[in-house]
Design a protein around this ligand. Structure first.
Ligand code: HEM
Length: 202
């Protein structure tokens, strides 16, 4: 859409994000008065991110504490069935969010939305937006693989209803790595989100 004339209306951040931007960012004037927009559905958090980027950003704030509570329940209260049910619930939430997110990214991309960031560079190997994405991706990919592995193995190897058995030490080993990996995926994802969709050039 670049190169088409018009007043390119850049989304102003919501009041709680205003500190990260300059008031000069309201409009970027191009040639012939047409109002430009980002592709895809708009987000609801007041940044430049799309709807699904906002959903995934928020989902991590929900999923990480719930997983912490589930691990607390199994470790200190021995509520094995509750732990199983919550982990399956989190798995379903994550799988749905990530699938819709991937569709949004393939269909609409994110780079146009990140272009107003002072950390953005169109060259994929330059700038903090790209670097933070390169840091985030290994965590995101390994978390997806580990979560599927831990869930499938736990469902196959624990009895029903779940109780510790000879598989428990292996479950604890891989599940702890999967849990830490998910936290790091969330943390690095939040940093990428801020650099790409909140920070605004002055
Ligand atoms: C990716 C999903 C899962 C994660 C991240 C996860 C995480 C954990 C963690 C970290 C522990 C160890 C707690 C401690 O330090 O004592 C644990 C224990 C346990 N988990 Fe999971 N879990 C997951 C899925 C499941 C599922 C689907 C089941 C049941 C089918 C299950 C059954 C158990 C049981 C029975 C224990 C107790 C093991 C013992 O105390 O010896 N978990 N889980």
């Amino acid at each position: 859409m670049d190169g088409v004339g018009g007043t390119k209306r850049r989304k102003l951040p919501a009041p709680w994000l205003a500190w990260a931007s300059s008031p000069k960012d309201e409009d970027v004037t191009v040639e012939d008065g047409e109002v430009m927009d980002y592709p895809g559905f708009e987000g609801f958090l007041g940044s430049r991110a799309s709807f699904m980027l906002d959903v995934v950003f928020l989902a991590m704030f929900f999923v990480v504490p719930v997983m912490g509570w589930s691990i607390y329940q199994v470790k200190y209260r021995h509520r094995f069935l509750l732990h199983k049910q919550i982990q399956i619930g989190i798995g379903v939430v994550l799988l749905s969010a990530v699938t819709l997110f991937e569709i949004d990214m393939r269909a609409n991309g994110w780079r146009e939305r990140a272009a107003a960031s002072p950390y953005y560079n169109a060259e994929w190997s330059a700038g903090w937006v790209n670097w933070s994405l390169w840091i985030h991706l290994p965590f995101a990919v390994s978390t997806s693989v580990l979560w599927v592995f831990v869930m499938v193995q736990a469902l196959r190897k624990f009895p029903r209803p779940p109780q510790p058995n000879e598989y428990a030490p292996r479950h604890k080993f891989w599940a702890r790595i999967a849990a830490v990996d998910l936290c790091l995926t969330g943390l690095t994802g939040w940093i990428f989100y801020w650099l790409a969709f909140v920070a605004t050039a002055s």
